[in-house]
Every structure is written in C-alpha cells, then in structure tokens.
Write a protein that binds this ligand. Structure first.
Ligand SMILES: N[C@@H](CCC(=O)N[C@@H](CS)C(=O)NCC(=O)O)C(=O)O
Length: 216
C-alpha cells in the first residue's frame, strides 16, 4: 500500500501528479503547513517535517527526486522512467535534478513574496535576483523545447511532472510568454487530467495570479 504525505501547492505536488499519471492506488494524507508538520507523529515519518514523503509497504522515502526514481523503477509498467542503459537515461536524470534547482528558486520567491508577511522583512533585491536566476532556468528549457513536445524526444515521462511543477510555480513570478516554447509546453502539461487532479479545490498558498517585485 502506498501513502503520500502532501501539502497543497507545494513540492509534493510533483509526487501526487506522478502517482496519478502512473494510475497507482494510493492513500493521500494532506497536511497543513506549520505545526502539523512538526508533530512528533509526522517527524517519526520525515525527520525534517517536510513534504513529500512516500511510504510504500513500510518503506519510508523522502526527497522528490528519489521518490520519482523509486516509483518509476518499482512500478515500471507506466514506462515513465528511463532505466540505466536506456539512451535517454542521462537526460532523464539531468532534468529530474534540474527540476529541484528550479523549485528552490520558486520556494525562495514564495517565501519572499508570500510567507514573509511584513514588508520590512522582505528583500526586493533577493526577489529580483531569484527571479532572474529562475528566468535563466526557463530560458534553457525554452531552447530545449524548440524541437519537441516534452523534455525527452521520445515523449512524456516522469521528469515532465517534476519540471512541470516548477514552471507551474514560476508563472506566479515571471510571465511565461517571454518563453514561447515553454509556454506551449506548460499549456500542454496543464491540460493533462493527472495534473488537474493534483491541484487543490481552493488556492492554499498562491492567492494572486502574479506577484510583482515591489518598486521594480
Ligand atoms: N528537496 C526536497 C524539498 C522538500 C521541501 O522542502 N518541501 C517543502 C514544501 S515545498 C516543505 O515541506 N516545507 C515545510 C517546512 O519546511 O516546514 C524535495 O525535493 O522533496
């Protein structure tokens, strides 16, 4: 039995989306940010009190990249992984970890714009810097996507869920229309039923469609 610990609109959306894409049966435990993740009962599962965390028949696993790889290797019927020896293996691994590079920029921007409440505690300089660093990651993807529908030429794979989530968050901080191939790719991903199933009914974190840098 698979259990996924999840917070809406957070990095665990990647694992939720992937589980839906794979068509696996699983139990979803949705947590609120804050105290709930620091409860001893949850810290016994994930010692940092973060999400995602996957439990599969007693095997506990955290870190999204590891969860993605584990699911693809343990349940290969979905064909969403690229195992060792596959010609696209290196690319698959690269984009899997690239997704987390992107996600960290998104997390810092989310913290700066939304989680930090008082203007005096926010840093417009950090917001601009992180937005620019995020945009560089989007530029690279935009070039790669010029000749393909998904990140791998062979078609949709698990890495599109990981990178797709980071683009989903990036669009709150930088307009995607500056990256035409990427914008079409995001549109394609967002039409997938599994993507839509992994969204909450009501926004949990992002209450506005776009967050401008103050005094930019
Ligand atoms: N590198 C980890 C990051 C996990 C992470 O930091 N998740 C955030 C949500 S985006 C979290 O659980 N934050 C809750 C907290 O720090 O209290 C992964 O890829 O799974």
């Amino acid at each position: 039995m698979i259990t996924l610990h999840h917070c809406h609109e957070s990095r665990s959306m990647r694992s939720l989306w992937l589980l839906h894409e794979m068509g696996l049966d699983f139990e979803l435990k949705v947590h609120n940010f804050g105290k709930e993740l620091r409860d001893p009962s949850y810290l016994a599962v994930h010692p940092l009190g973060r999400v995602p965390c996957l439990v599969d028949d007693g095997q506990i696993l955290f870190e999204t990249g590891a969860i993605t790889q584990y699911l693809c290797e343990t349940y290969p019927d979905s064909r969403l992984g690229r195992n060792a020896g596959h010609p696209e293996r290196a690319e698959w691994l690269q984009w899997l970890h690239y997704a987390e590079t992107m996600a960290v920029h998104g997390a810092i921007l989310t913290q700066q714009h939304i989680v930090i409440f008082e203007d005096k505690d926010r840093s417009p300089l950090l917001m601009k810097l992180e937005r620019r660093r995020l945009e560089k990651t989007l530029e690279v993807l935009d070039q790669v996507l010029a000749d393909r529908d998904y990140l791998l030429k062979s078609g949709f794979s698990a890495i599109d869920t990981n990178v797709g989530y980071s683009i989903h968050i990036a669009r709150y901080f930088t307009p995607l229309n500056a990256f035409p191939n990427l914008a079409v790719y995001y549109q394609r991903l967002s039409e997938r039923p599994a993507f839509q199933k992994s969204l909450p009914e009501n926004p949990a974190i992002y209450q506005k469609p776009f967050y401008e840098v103050p005094n930019a």
